[in-house]
Structure formats: C-alpha cells, structure tokens
Design a binder for this molecule. Structure first.
Ligand code: ZN
Length: 290
C-alpha cells in the first residue's frame, strides 16, 4: 500500500514552487526530467527532512504539496526520489544555497487539491511539525475503502436519519430504535473491537438472547446525528471506555488509541455494509488535540 506525505515549502520558496507547478525548467533540467520519465521535479534541503521519513518514501506514494500555512494546492504521485549533489546546481542555478539542495522528488502529473493546511497538519504522524519539509500522514484509507452495502439496502437508507426532539421542554432525544436493532443484528451482538471476547447470553421468553450496546460515537446530544455512520456496537466494557473517551478511533478508522494518543493494540472492525463517517472520527480526535 502506498504511503501519503505532506510536503511543505517555506513562503520564501514560492518562486520555486510556482516553477515546479508550471514546469518552468531550464534545458538541462528538462533533460534530467526526460531521463526520469517525469515532468516535475522539486528539490529540498536535506536538513529539513528526517532520514526516517526519507527512507520510507517510495514510488507511487502520494504527496500533498504547498507553501507553509496555505491550503494544499497540488497532490502528485511519486515517480522517483533521488539524492544527488549535482542536481541542485542544475535545477536551481540562481539559488545561493543550490549546493545544499540535494534531495529530489520527481512527479509525472500534478492534480489540484484544496485540503486546508490545518487539517492535514492534524493528520501528520509527527509530533514535531515544522512548516518546512516532508511529513508522513496517518492513513485513513481503511475507513474510506469500505464501500456501501449491497447486503442491506434498508440499513444504508436509514443512515441519513437525524434525531428529532420529542419534547422541547425536556430536550429528550428520540433515538431511532430500528437503527440500533439492525446494527446489533449486523454484528450478532458482538463487540466491534476485534480483540474483544466479551459475550453475555441470557434467556428471555424461552429464547437465548445476547447482550450488546450501541454507542453513538460522536456524542449524540452534540451532533444530533442518530445515523448509522455515527454508531458502533460494543460490549459494556468498551462502551464505558468510549463513553469516557479513554479510548478513541484513530484517523485510519481502525486503530484504537488512548486519550494520550498511544495505540492500545486494539483495532475496530466494520462490516462491509457499515462505516463511521470520517468526520465523526476526526471531530473527536480534534477535541483531543486541541
Ligand atoms: Zn468489547
């Protein structure tokens, strides 16, 4: 699977960035580009990239590229990376410190992007986030990849339901009970935390019943979204932990982290007919960060 990276240039490198975007290169650079089957090349000081991050970068990885504090303007998939002492002088002949620019990324095609700086910054894996360099992004592809169901159309049709107030005076929320029932059925009353073994069977009316909770991930009263893309099935223990926000779902939609951002070693699994809205996940992580 390809990784994603944030690439930020200093404001003073705006000219460099625009040249990169417009394929505004000299003849020698164009030859280098041709040799590397690409159309765009961007060079960076090695001082602004950690070795750990540089070593992780590989072909086809996705880059979000912009100038510091601006909305991300382009994305591109990497064709090639190169550490080359000569390229700096060829590609940036007029730059004073051209000899120190020796980490290069080659791209074939740029795509427009309008991702706000602050949003991507929050998704950066690094705690030390400066406004220049390359930073790894936490994956969110798992939750994005889960496709809408073919299995239970009725279930999906209800995902847009909003909570209505029953009595304004007491502000009671009318939960959509059938969503709860259907979701429990979808997961056979099993906790969605993959490593959880909790099971409680009981007898009612001569039938064996199982016990589970449905948790509104992004607090019901706040979001007022009583829809399936804000609900998960949990055992009572995990329900309590999620209620008190000592456990949260990370940006990838799968990994469970504690309130300090540390991974707990647990993961949450989703039925292919069900997913949480990434906005609900991000909203809680946002609260945690800020
Ligand atoms: Zn559980």
């Amino acid at each position: 699977m390809s990784n994603q990276f944030i690439l930020i240039l200093k404001n003073s490198d705006e000219g460099k960035f625009n040249g990169f975007k417009r394929k505004n290169f000299n003849k020698q650079t164009k030859e280098i580009l041709k040799k590397n089957s690409s159309n765009h090349v961007l060079g960076l000081h090695k001082g602004v990239i950690s070795n750990k991050v540089w070593n992780k970068i590989k072909k086809d990885d996705k880059f979000y590229i912009t100038i510091e504090n601006e909305t991300f303007r382009v994305t591109a998939n990497l064709i090639k990376k190169a550490k080359n002492l000569k390229y700096g002088e060829i590609i940036y002949p007029e730059t004073i410190d051209r000899k120190q620019v020796n980490y290069f990324l080659f791209f074939k095609k740029l795509d427009d992007c309008r991702e706000p700086f602050e949003v991507l910054k929050k998704r950066s894996k690094s705690n030390i986030f400066s406004n220049e360099g390359i930073f790894e992004i936490k994956q969110r592809t798992n939750s994005e990849r889960i496709k809408k169901t073919k299995i239970n159309k009725a279930l999906i049709e209800k995902t847009r339901g909003k909570v209505e107030r029953k009595h304004r005076s007491i502000q009671a929320l009318d939960r959509n009970q059938s969503n709860v029932v259907q979701l429990k059925k979808l997961y056979n009353n099993k906790c969605q935390i993959q490593q959880c073994n909790f099971e409680l069977n009981y007898e009612k009316g001569g039938k064996i019943k199982q016990f589970s909770h449905v948790h509104h991930y992004n607090q019901l009263a706040k979001s007022r979204m009583d829809s399936l893309n804000n609900m998960i099935v949990l055992c009572p223990n995990h329900h309590a932990e999620f209620d008190f926000k000592v456990k949260l779902i990370d940006y990838d939609g799968v990994t469970i982290i504690n309130e300090k951002g540390k991974e707990t070693g647990e993961t949450i699994k989703f039925h292919k007919g069900h997913k949480l809205d990434i906005k609900n996940i991000e909203s809680l992580l946002g609260e945690q960060d800020g």
